[in-house]
Ligand binder design. Structure first.
Ligand code: GKR
Ligand code: MG
Length: 447
């Protein structure tokens, strides 16, 4: 392997950007969100990059992995990633569980760290071979653009807080302004959907639920369907509904929505996989999840129970190559391929574009992306574009992106200036409800 480029340096760069006061079961998004970039350079003088969610434990893990990456041969990527798995026996049982929204309860971030490294190595390998990363994933490039959905949130009133939420710019694009303004009801969410559809051409929408009483969220879905009769609309209450509630709302929505996402979860001694299986049998509504099938063992149990139809295999939870393997299983086994997201920069957007471009078959549901909330804060010279409801695959070898280092350094400086660096959605909620604390079974605004 003497002619393989060798990884020279691994730079781990935590970065921050601005966010709106978006509500979910975990509370309210902070005015800042944080991510990690892994930037690798090789002996051929190339730079590869990957992105992951940010947490102190992920940063610590990346430092631990550094000796296994620096000095490794690029063409032995498989062996390198295998050594990371071999070096951390705990990754299996401490992957992502139902408590994704309470960072302190989910300290082990093995997959996030490994996913960022793997993406950076794939980026370098693609450049070395002059091929896009989509061509390196097993089934190769299937398409040039990936359907993505308009990810809608209820937005709390930032003016009630003393936090540094940004204001929009009046007079410009409606989306760029509305995404910073209060939208707490169906009318407000429909306005957001109109502005997002106008800018990005979406035909699919997902409402982030787990905020209001289920009746209110179903009413919002109905309002979206009334306004966009041709669109595919769904809601994700992040398992805050009981099984009985989920069946009740599921029956109301059956036949009008393509799927429900994590409508219910663990309760009364039954696991989320068991309650979702019961939900599916009772309603016939297909189930998507990013909460109970996030590693091979969880996925195996979910499939044995017939609990799910759409595993939303996020490349940051699985790594790009494993998420692609999930897409292959979906294709071969009659499931639907989808993808979960969290707030992210445009390196992740490129990772998701390549994953979607390489997913085999046509049973693909529009992928999630939070990018519309971050659009304008790109860290690359040319961020991948969302047009006509599709995320376009960037051109060029590797991930097809080039970092804008001035922007990366500014985002790193912002990260360094933050008092709260780990995600904590409970902070902003204190301005809305005194002593608010997380409850996995109660929508955020019901206390
Ligand atoms: O960004 O608030 C959010 C979402 O609730 C996110 O944290 C979830 O992980 O989008 C995710 C989901 O689909 O559950
Ligand atoms: Mg979800």
């Amino acid at each position: 392997m003497s002619d393989s480029p060798v990884i020279k340096t691994m730079r781990v760069v935590p970065v921050a950007g601005y966010d709106s006061m978006l509500l979910n079961i975990g509370g309210a998004h902070n005015c800042y969100f944080t991510r990690i970039l892994v930037i690798l350079t090789d002996s051929a003088g190339r730079t590869g990059v990957g992105e992951s969610p940010c947490h102190a434990s992920t940063l610590a893990l990346l430092e631990r992995f550094r000796p296994q990456i620096e000095g490794s041969e690029l063409l032995r990527l498989n062996a390198t990633i295998a050594t990371l798995f071999a070096s951390d026996a705990r990754h299996q049982q401490t992957a992502h569980t139902d408590d994704i929204h309470i960072p302190q309860m989910n300290p082990e971030k093995f997959y996030n760290a490994t996913a960022a490294i793997e993406a950076a190595l794939l980026d370098l390998l693609g450049q070395h071979l002059n091929l896009p990363v989509a061509e390196l994933l097993a089934s190769g490039k299937q398409r040039d653009r990936v359907p993505v959905l308009g990810y809608l949130f209820y937005i709390a009133d930032r003016n009630l807080t003393s936090m540094n939420y940004q204001a929009g710019h009046a007079g410009g694009d409606a989306w760029l302004q509305l995404r910073h303004e209060k939208a707490m009801d169906a009318e407000g969410v429909v306005r957001l959907a109109e502005a997002a559809a106008e800018r990005y051409g979406f035909r699919d929408f997902k409402l982030k639920g787990g905020v209001h009483h289920g009746e209110v969220e179903v009413e919002t879905v109905n309002a979206l369907l009334a306004r966009f009769p041709q669109a595919r609309v769904t809601v994700d209450p992040n398992a805050s509904w009981s099984l009985d509630e989920a069946i009740y709302y599921g029956k109301q929505l059956a036949g009008r929505i393509p799927y429900l996402e994590d409508p219910c979860g663990a309760e009364h001694g039954y696991s989320g996989r068991e309650t979702l299986a019961e939900f599916r049998r009772a309603t016939g509504v297909p189930v998507a999840t990013n909460m109970i099938a996030n590693d091979w063992r969880q996925l195996q149990h979910a499939l044995q129970l017939n609990a799910i139809d759409i595993p939303l295999a996020d490349p940051h939870f699985w790594t790009m190559r494993n998420a692609h393997t999930v897409a292959q299983l979906c294709h071969e086994w009659g499931l639907t391929t989808g993808c979960h997201s969290n707030n992210h920069f445009d390196v992740s957007l490129a990772m998701v574009a390549h994953l979607g471009a390489a997913a085999p078959g046509d049973r693909l549901t529009a992928f999630d992306t939070h990018w519309i909330w971050q659009d304008g804060q790109q860290l690359t010279q040319h961020a991948p574009q969302i047009r006509d409801g599709y995320l376009e695959l960037p051109e060029g070898p590797g991930l097809g992106i080039t970092l804008n280092m001035a922007r990366v350094e500014a985002a790193h400086a912002l990260y360094n200036s933050l008092p709260d660096k780990n995600r904590n959605d409970a902070l902003g909620m204190q301005f809305l409800i005194d002593n608010w604390s997380f409850n996995a079974k109660r929508p955020a605004m019901l206390r």
